[in-house]
Ligand binder design. Structure first.
Ligand SMILES: [Fe+2]
Length: 292
């Protein structure tokens, strides 16, 4: 089996004259034909015949069906369309000229594809969460023309984003500068995983005994840790999985799952939160607890 390179780009808007006005910085051309030719040239430079080319929506906006077909056939690679608003008729059906193009697979509203670094969720619109987002999957979107900033492992791959260079990019190129995708984080991940594992034992025989008065303090600490993790786009989720009353005390069992694939260093912040909670709730203590 030969290795197939995948390339991604959104929003070419072939034949869409108004794009010259909307995106003057990235499309400094005097006609849409020039604009389209530039996108086609960039694509030809980067994509080989058997490569997969994922187009993340808004392929074309033109009444000239022949011209739309021309642009399609000028593009190299096996082409996959993730549908954008401009690819649909008002009733939501795929525009006829688009539907009839020889796509490598039928156009779809969203899909997942596999890359070396994990799964990538592709859709025209940027999502806040997506399949596998809490397990390290990536998300590429279009539609926003560089107006929706990247967050964590999601980013705009429209051709109007500066590092797209008006053409498609590979997964490795796309994630290069994304928060948390840098390989240098991995050491920090390991260190922090150890740190957090020390704070919140994942051993099912551990739980936390805390008097009811302090339950909310600890709950708040866990919530803050969770917030930190979400802000840092760390794969992980602390949760209280078990609460019970025994001998007048609340027993809660904080656990974390899927922790973590990568993250920025935040050991000090976590230590501060735990320290604050402990200072307020000196009755909080860890204890080995096999009797529940
Ligand atoms: Fe769009």
């Amino acid at each position: 089996m030969t290795f197939t390179t995948k390339h991604y780009m959104g929003d070419p808007h072939f034949g869409h004259m108004a794009m010259l006005r909307f995106q003057p910085k990235t499309r400094p051309f005097s006609s849409f034909e020039e604009m389209d030719q530039a996108i086609i040239e960039r694509t030809k430079e980067r994509v080989r015949k058997d490569d997969l080319l994922f187009i993340l929506g808004d392929f074309a906006f033109s009444k000239d069906d022949e011209y739309v077909r021309h642009c399609f056939h000028e593009l190299p690679g096996r082409k996959v369309l993730i549908l954008g608003n401009h690819d649909l008729d008002r009733d939501g059906s795929v525009r006829k000229v688009i539907a009839k193009l020889p796509w490598y697979q039928p156009p779809t509203h969203a899909m997942s594809t596999k890359e070396d670094g994990g799964f990538v969720w592709l859709s025209h619109y940027g999502h806040r969460v997506w399949p596998g987002s809490h397990k390290g999957s990536f998300h590429f979107y279009g539609h926003s023309h560089n107006n929706l900033p990247p967050t964590g492992r999601s980013r705009d791959v429209g051709v109007d984003v500066p590092d797209m260079g008006l053409g498609p990019r590979t997964f490795a190129e796309l994630i290069k500068n994304m928060v948390g995708s840098d390989a240098s984080y991995l050491d920090e991940v390991e260190a922090l995983t150890q740190e957090v594992a020390g704070i919140l034992p994942s051993d099912p025989h551990f739980s936390l005994a805390v008097s009811p008065a302090y339950f909310s303090i600890l709950q708040e600490a866990l919530r803050q840790i969770n917030d930190l993790i979400v802000r840092a786009d760390v794969v992980g989720n602390f949760e209280i999985t078990n609460v019970m009353v025994h001998d007048g005390q609340l027993y809660i069992r904080p656990r974390y799952r899927d922790y973590p694939a990568h993250l920025i260093s935040m050991q000090q912040e976590i230590a501060d939160i735990i320290g604050f909670a402990e200072a307020q709730a000196d009755e909080i203590h860890w204890k080995e607890n096999g009797d529940d």
